[in-house]
Design a protein around this ligand. Structure first.
Ligand code: ADP
Ligand code: MG
Length: 281
């Protein structure tokens, strides 16, 4: 049964769900336009309402500012829920595309990583750290193979007032994508997004993530030690040394020595081959 989101919208099927929210397709009754509506249950968020306020503040700051970042169109609340209406991305999560393909061709992975990295650079230039970059939060605008990839889910993002590295100390994110400095609680900032980009790139190239271990404790220890390998070799045989070096740079343990988004874009793997369009059979 469709329900009515504060009168002007009618919600339909569920598009996805995450830690705090259910995202549903919603039609704006007056215009017939489709949106993605993130429904956040206030009770579930009790004591953490500031997170949603923060998400809205960040989205307002960047709204419509970048082609590869989702736009917030509307926002309202009832006594039970908060509603955030976004551009509808009908192409699903990057996570599902990797799973469907097994892994990406290196050239396609480079194109995708370059596009996402440019959007990350834009965010960092605005003083925003995303802190939850992962394939579940990267969406495709349409179902087309070459559809725009979009950064979504600013639920954990922060606006940094200074360039100081030691501003944020709370532990947050998704373990497999979290940088060593988050676990060490020594303070973290923009470099955590670059680390996550390294994990995402590894995942795109291999089809599995670098720090997957039997327990969360072992996973955390592996991340802190930067303990990962380009193995099993049969998954990495066809991958260039340049691509591996790119991953290695992003997965630099010390955030001070990790390249910035601008530095990553200058890396040979992303800088050499400008976006190229491989004809598809
Ligand atoms: P959470 O903070 O709970 O993780 P997200 O903002 O990541 O919430 O949304 C959860 C899921 O809903 C996403 O992983 C994605 O599958 C889907 N989703 C989110 N935003 C959109 C959108 N604009 N268009 C289509 N699907 C979306
Ligand atoms: Mg999410």
């Amino acid at each position: 049964m469709p329900t009515t989101v504060p009168c002007q919208y009618r919600t339909g099927k569920t598009l996805g769900s995450g830690t705090y929210a259910i995202v549903k397709e919603a039609i704006h009754i007056q215009t017939g336009k489709y949106y993605a509506c993130k429904v956040i249950n206030k009770k579930l968020m009790e004591g953490r309402e500031h997170m949603v306020r923060n998400e809205i503040a960040v989205l307002k700051k960047i709204s419509s500012g970048h082609r590869n970042i989702v736009t917030l169109h509307d926002y309202f609340e009832t006594s039970h829920n908060l509603y955030l209406c976004f551009d509808l991305c009908t192409g699903g999560e990057l996570f599902d595309r990797i799973c469907a393909k097994g892994n990406y061709y290196e050239a396609d992975a480079a194109d995708l990583v370059r596009t996402i990295m440019k959007a990350v650079q834009y965010l960092h230039d605005q003083g925003i750290v995303h802190r939850d970059l992962k394939p579940e939060n990267l969406l495709f605008r349409t179902q087309a193979e070459e559809a725009d990839v979009m950064i979504a889910d600013f639920g954990l993002s922060r606006i940094m007032e200074t360039e100081k590295l030691t501003l944020l100390t709370e532990i947050c994110g998704t373990p497999g994508y979290m940088a060593p400095e988050i676990f060490k609680k020594t303070g973290h900032s923009k470099p955590v997004d670059i680390w996550a980009m390294g994990v995402i790139t590894y995942f795109l190239l291999a089809g599995y993530t670098p720090f997957d271990r039997d327990s969360q404790q072992q996973e955390m220890e592996a991340i802190i030690a930067g303990d990962y390998k380009f193995e099993p070799v049969e998954y990495w045989d066809g991958v260039s040394d340049t691509a591996k070096d790119f991953v290695k740079q992003c997965l630099t343990i010390d955030p001070v020595n990790r390249p910035t988004a601008a530095g990553c874009l200058k890396h040979k793997w992303l800088a050499d081959a400008e976006p190229h369009f491989v004809p598809r059979a």
